[in-house]
Design a protein around this ligand. Structure first.
Ligand code: PRP
Length: 208
C-alpha cells in the first residue's frame, strides 16, 4: 500500500510499547501520546513546502527557508485531542479545527456531533489526528468533511491501525497518506484493535 507509512524508528517503537502496557496510568499515557504525535508528525510533514528566506546572523547573511504551507490540525474528539500539544511543539502556528465524531457502540458507524469549521479553509494542509484507526469509519468521515470543506492535501496521523481501518481509509481516500506507529493484527468482535492498547480516550482522560 503506497500511502501507508509505518515507522520503525526506535524512539517511536519504545514509546509505543509503554503506551500499550496496561500498567501505564493516564498521566504517563498522555505524555506518551503527546510525544508520539510529535515524532509521527515530524515524519508526516517531510513534504511541506518552503520558500526562501534570507536572515542576518551575527556573522553574516544566511540563505534559509520558511514554511509556506498553512497547516491545520484536525483532532477527532476525544482521543485525538491528546495529540495536538505534541504537534504544536513542532508547528506552533498550526490552526486547530476540532471534529467531534464518536463510534456508535452497536453499529460501529461514526456519528458526527461537533464541527465548527469556518466556511472557507485557511490552510493548505490538514493533519487528521486520532490515535486509533479501527474500522476506519471515523477517519473516512473526517476526511469526507475536510474534502467537502475544500482542503485537498490531507494526511491521517494515528498511532495504531487495524488492517480493516487501513483498507477502508485507503479505499475511500487513496490520496490520503496514512502515518502510523504500528499496524496490528485485527479487530475483535466489538471493534477493538488487537493487541492495540484498549480505549485511547478512556486511557487519556481517566474515564475507563
Ligand atoms: C475511538 C477512536 C477513534 C475511533 C476509531 O473513538 O479514538 O476515534 O474510535 O474507530 P473507527 O476507526 O472504527 O471509527 P470513540 O468512538 O471511542 O470516541 P472517544 O474518542 O470519544 O472515546
Amino acid at each position: 500500500m503506497p500511502n501507508l507509512h509505518i515507522t520503525a524508528h526506535p524512539l517511536i517503537q519504545h514509546k509505543l510499547t509503554l503506551l500499550r502496557d496496561s500498567a501505564t496510568e493516564p498521566p504517563k499515557f498522555r505524555q506518551l501520546v503527546r510525544e508520539l504525535a510529535a515524532l509521527l508528525c515530524y515524519e508526516a510533514t517531510a513534504d511541506l513546502r518552503l520558500s526562501p528566506l534570507r536572515v542576518q546572523t551575527p556573522m553574516g547573511v544566511a540563505e534559509g527557508a520558511q514554511l509556506t504551507d498553512g497547516v491545520g490540525l484536525v483532532p477527532i474528539l476525544r482521543a485525538g485531542l491528546g495529540m495536538v500539544e505534541g504537534v504544536w511543539d513542532l508547528i506552533p502556528h498550526a490552526e486547530v479545527w476540532h471534529l467531534g465524531i464518536y463510534r456508535d457502540e452497536k453499529t460501529l458507524r461514526p456519528v458526527e456531533y461537533y464541527n465548527k469549521l469556518p466556511v472557507e479553509p485557511r490552510v493548505q494542509v490538514c493533519l487528521v489526528l486520532d490515535p486509533m484507526l479501527a474500522t476506519g469509519g471515523s477517519a473516512v468521515a473526517a476526511v469526507d468533511i475536510l474534502k467537502r470543506w475544500g482542503v485537498s492535501r490531507i494526511k491521517f496521523v494515528g498511532i495504531i491501525g487495524a488492517p480493516e481501518g487501513v483498507r477502508a481509509l485507503s479505499e475511500a481516500h487513496p490520496n490520503v497518506p496514512i502515518h502510523l506507529a504500528a499496524l496490528d493484527e485485527r479487530l475483535n468482535e466489538i471493534g477493538f484493535i488487537v493487541p492495540g492498547l484498549g480505549d485511547a480516550g478512556d486511557r487519556q482522560f481517566g474515564t475507563g
